[in-house]
Design a protein around this ligand. Structure first.
Ligand code: GUN
Length: 292
């Protein structure tokens, strides 16, 4: 069993980007810019957004955080997004989700220019992914592909079983690994809550990607020997021995599944750290592709 170290790979990706941005600066060029837009004061969202801005600054990118009132109207938010679509200093626009109930999230996502859609949530980005065109990939699934690539884990012709069909992880990772491209070209099965016998599918997985949000759902008797396990889950379970009163576990029963696996991502420290690294990579890509 080998641990897939997401912290280490994330640091590598960020270091590579820092070097590229250093070169731009030395040449007196503009640097890539990311604007994050947070509506309201959801504490978890505040932490996510500030980590994203901090990561930008650390690698020398331009970062701006817009913190907007929870009462802002949909029309006002749309007009702010429109302003950044036209602003040449910002190559990526990220509107942190969830948004307050009075704002239509789909409308806001669709208002972001597909050229600045570094979250990869715009229907144009999703459509391009499905038909195999170059596009912005949603950050967590892009991070999973990066981990598989950097650990030289073969994907071509291998059976990937995805647990979960969310728009943010399940559907995009299935589509990414399905493409007839390098670091993909897999045979993909997507399982979800309506599956009658999940074990029937998981036992056939060469690579199992768990993204269902159920603590330690995948047990040792559900996987075959040598499986590669990618655990996207972040679940809190009560633990009175911890000062916070809980601990964080994935969707996989790590202790019992790890000995049967060839590679496995820990939680925390596996997939999680990759999301921000890929957001930065998407922002750099937006700059190279569409920057002025
Ligand atoms: N909320 C939780 N995760 C994400 C993410 O990756 N992007 C955005 N925009 N909002 C989120």
């Amino acid at each position: 069993m080998k641990l897939i170290d997401g912290k280490k790979i994330s640091a590598e990706v960020r270091e590579e980007l820092k070097i590229e941005i250093g070169k731009l600066k030395s040449a007196g060029k503009k640097v890539p810019g990311l604007v994050t837009i947070l509506v309201g004061n959801n504490p978890a969202s505040e932490i996510y957004v500030s980590s994203k801005s901090k990561a930008c600054v650390e690698i020398g990118m331009l970062s701006k955080s817009e913190k907007l009132s929870p009462d802002i109207s949909e029309a006002e938010l749309l007009s702010i997004v429109e302003g950044y679509n036209k602003n040449p200093d910002f190559h990526g626009i990220l509107v942190q989700l969830p948004l307050p109930k009075h704002i239509n999230e789909d409308k806001v996502i669709e208002a972001i220019s597909p050229k600045k859609d570094v979250d990869g949530f715009h229907p144009v980005s999703v459509g391009n992914l499905v038909i195999g065109k170059d596009t912005f990939l949603s950050c967590t699934p892009a991070g999973i592909q990066e981990l598989l690539t950097r650990y030289n884990i073969e994907t071509k012709g291998r059976h990937v079983v995805v647990l979960g069909r969310s728009n943010i992880v399940g559907k995009p990772i299935a589509n990414i690994l399905l493409q007839k491209k390098e670091n993909a070209n897999s045979v993909v099965t997507v399982c979800h809550s309506a599956a009658k016998d999940i074990s029937f599918y998981t036992k056939q997985a060469d690579i199992l990607i768990a993204a269902i949000g159920k603590a330690e759902f995948v047990k040792a008797d559900m996987v075959k020997d040598g499986v590669v396990v990618i655990d996207v889950g972040i679940n809190r379970v009560e633990d009175k021995t911890k000062s916070k009163g809980y601990r964080v576990v994935g969707d996989v029963d790590f202790e019992n599944v790890a000995p049967k696996s060839s590679f496995i991502t820990p939680v925390p420290g596996g997939v999680g750290p990759m999301t921000i690294a890929m957001l930065l990579k998407n922002t750099y890509k937006a700059y190279l592709k569409y920057g002025e």
